[in-house]
Design a protein around this ligand. Sequence first.
Ligand SMILES: C[S@@+](CC[C@H](N)C(=O)[O-])C[C@H]1O[C@@H](n2cnc3c(N)ncnc32)[C@H](O)[C@@H]1O
Length: 274
Amino acid sequence: MAAREKDISTTSSMAATADKHELYEEAVQNVEEEVRFFKATFKEIVGRDALVFREDFCGTASASCEWARQGSDHRAIGVDLCADTLQWGRDKRLSKLTSEEQSRVTLIEGDVLNSPAEAADILGASNFSYWCFHTRADLLAYFKAAYANIKDDGLFFLDIYGGSEAFEEMKEKTKHDDFTYVWHQKNYYPVTAEYICQIHFHFPDKSKMKKAFTYHWRLWTMPEVRELLVEAGFAKSIVYWEGTDEDGGGNGVFEPEERGEADAGWIAYIIAQK
Ligand SMILES: C[S@@+](CC[C@H](N)C(=O)[O-])C[C@H]1O[C@@H](n2cnc3c(N)ncnc32)[C@H](O)[C@@H]1O
């Protein structure tokens, strides 16, 4: 009897009924702020408005949808390998746009290495997704594909994090209203830089959604990435480093930076120009 009761409470628990993509977006993404940053920084560097946005590793394509909301001349292309995640994005995000806005979003189920489309003003690869490439040869191949997928004056935006804490095996918990987001740096192997990270969600009823997402990455460093961008053909890259608030945490404001500082956990954008 006790076991049966436990089964029932498990299937009706907050973890069993929650939607992992909704939780992920609330915990990890801020597409409004990201699109604002992409647009403003493009204008600052290139001197015109960006209209075509390509979102590699788009997942649920939320940033692409946000881009299409920016105006009737804005077009977005989202690329992801995972059919289920793209379908979730069509059902839960694309469907929230007007039909006219939807007509300006193209979703491609494909590999970022081999999914050509209209050349973009901005190509964004967010949330460290390019770390799925483990060798210099594979990351170079991706950067060459990115180069081919943007216009001559287009920009390639990549995010990156680092600092001593990035190399630690640890869990970091962040409380939200209805759940706790757990970022788990499960394994880091110094010989190969192989890096296994997971996302778990914990709920007020004590139920847990463990391993909602698992990433098998290489932990790349900033100079490695920037050198490979040059090898791929990009003329230069600019680093936009996050500023700090009064408590010493990140303030979400990214400014150009030549050297950075030895913060234990830093985050930055690398913006590559042809
Ligand atoms: C960390 S999620 C990023 C989701 C979202 N773009 C964000 O910023 O949070 C990584 C996504 O990359 C996709 N992915 C991994 N390798 C890929 C590849 N070679 N080509 C296209 N998509 C890939 C996965 O299916 C997954 O949806």
